[in-house]
Design a protein around this ligand. Structure first.
Ligand SMILES: NC(=O)c1ccc[n+]([C@@H]2O[C@H](COP(=O)([O-])OP(=O)(O)OC[C@H]3O[C@@H](n4cnc5c(N)ncnc54)[C@H](OP(=O)(O)O)[C@@H]3O)[C@@H](O)[C@H]2O)c1
Length: 330
């Protein structure tokens, strides 16, 4: 079950020793799922916030991070699913672990702003923000903010949440921001002349554009965070058997079932995420794209810093209206 881990650097040996103590503690336990994180170091008392933790990769990562000792806060849009996920994480880890829950529909900018305000009010320190929630939609839908839904959930929500929590992350440095991207970004382009997909909409193409946006966002964020002690990285989890694309009708559902035998488990898909959140190996790496715990080249478009800067400015404008409404209400 245990994959070979990264080589152990001499510096940080103490942390890794702590890791191995924990691994012994969990190996052979009644909760083998937790073993996915054993190649990462303990993160006792680190405050970690993760979105999309009610299912799939996010839930598996949350279980692993809780097992490594993190003070975990999970975000879900359904109270019931979030409560069930929290109970499942606590049951997997045991020993009185607490898991804080926040409810937010990330398709709504007002909801993202409320979430950020609640997090800031509750936590004087935030060590890791994980932007993991994401989805693909077969048909074009608009959010309450008038934004195409995939773009709103996959790109603008991480953009806005990270921006709103940035000050707290900087105060908590060293801190990390991790975003779940995808290899599906390869070959995609940002349609700057049709950002709301009014002229044409194809579910998978749109999804690929948002995953490219995740990488460009990480590039620009890392540039802006240079010298602050806060890193920003993103990763591809592989093809993972989760709830992904199960919301797009019977044929897509069947397609995902057919892909299941060649898909990874959520635990395997979460490994790079857990490693990025905890490992000393990446403490000083920022602006990078990873897969299977290795830095990988992203597409040429994803490495275009001018595009990254342009996307940042446009994203700020796309979030400005909800910002003015929030100011008017306060
Ligand atoms: N599965 C793959 O093969 C694969 C490959 C590459 C990248 N990824 C990326 O991995 C990430 C996690 O996906 P997954 O595969 O684990 O899929 P999943 O099982 O469907 O999980 C998606 C998570 O995102 C949450 N979410 C979706 N829309 C939301 C919204 N509007 N507000 C709040 N939360 C929302 C879901 O919450 P609910 O429980 O409320 O639905 C769920 O917790 C995504 O960013 C996806 O793009 C997946």
């Amino acid at each position: 079950m245990k994959e070979p881990g990264p080589s152990l650097p001499t510096a940080g040996r103490k942390t890794y020793d702590a890791r191995f103590r924990r691994s012994r503690q969990f190996e052979g336990s009644a909760h083998p799922r937790v073993a996915i994180a054993l190649d990462c170091c303990a993160v006792n008392d680190k405050q970690i916030l993760i979105t999309g933790a009610t299912n799939g990769i996010g839930l598996a990562a949350a279980e692993a991070l809780a097992a490594l000792g993190a003070n975990l806060a999970i975000v879900g849009r359904s109270k019931t699913r979030t409560r069930i996920a929290s109970a499942r994480i606590r049951a997997a880890v045991g020993r009185g672990t607490t898991v804080a829950t926040f409810i937010a529909d990330l398709s709504s900018q007002a909801s993202v702003r409320r979430l950020a305000a609640e997090v800031l009010a509750r936590y004087p320190k935030l060590d890791v923000l994980i932007n993991n929630a994401g989805a693909m939609y077969g048909t074009r839908q608009l959010t309450k903010d008038g934004i195409e839904l995939t773009w709103a959930v996959n790109h603008l929500a991480p953009f806005l949440l990270s921006k709103l929590l940035l000050h707290r992350l900087k105060e908590s440095a060293p801190a990390r921001i991790i975003t779940t991207a995808s290899q599906a970004h390869q070959g995609a382009h940002i349609p700057f002349d049709d950002l709301n997909a009014e002229r044409s909409y194809r579910g998978f193409s749109r999804y690929c554009e948002t995953k490219l946006a995740n990488i460009l966002f990480t590039t620009e964020l890392a540039r802006r965070l240079d010298g602050t002690g806060v890193t920003a990285n993103c990763f591809h989890p592989g093809l993972v058997a989760t709830g992904f694309n199960r919301n797009n009708g019977v044929l897509m559902d069947l397609g995902m079932t057919i892909l299941r035998p060649v898909s990874r488990s959520p635990e395997k898909g979460a490994e790079t995420l857990v490693w990025l959140a905890t490992s000393p190996d990446v403490a000083n790496v920022s602006g990078a794209y990873f897969s299977d715990q290795e830095q990988r080249p992203s597409s040429p478009e994803a490495q275009d810093t001018e595009t990254a800067g342009r996307l940042w400015e446009i994203s700020e404008r796309q979030c400005a209206v909800s910002g003015r409404s929030a100011e008017a209400r306060s």
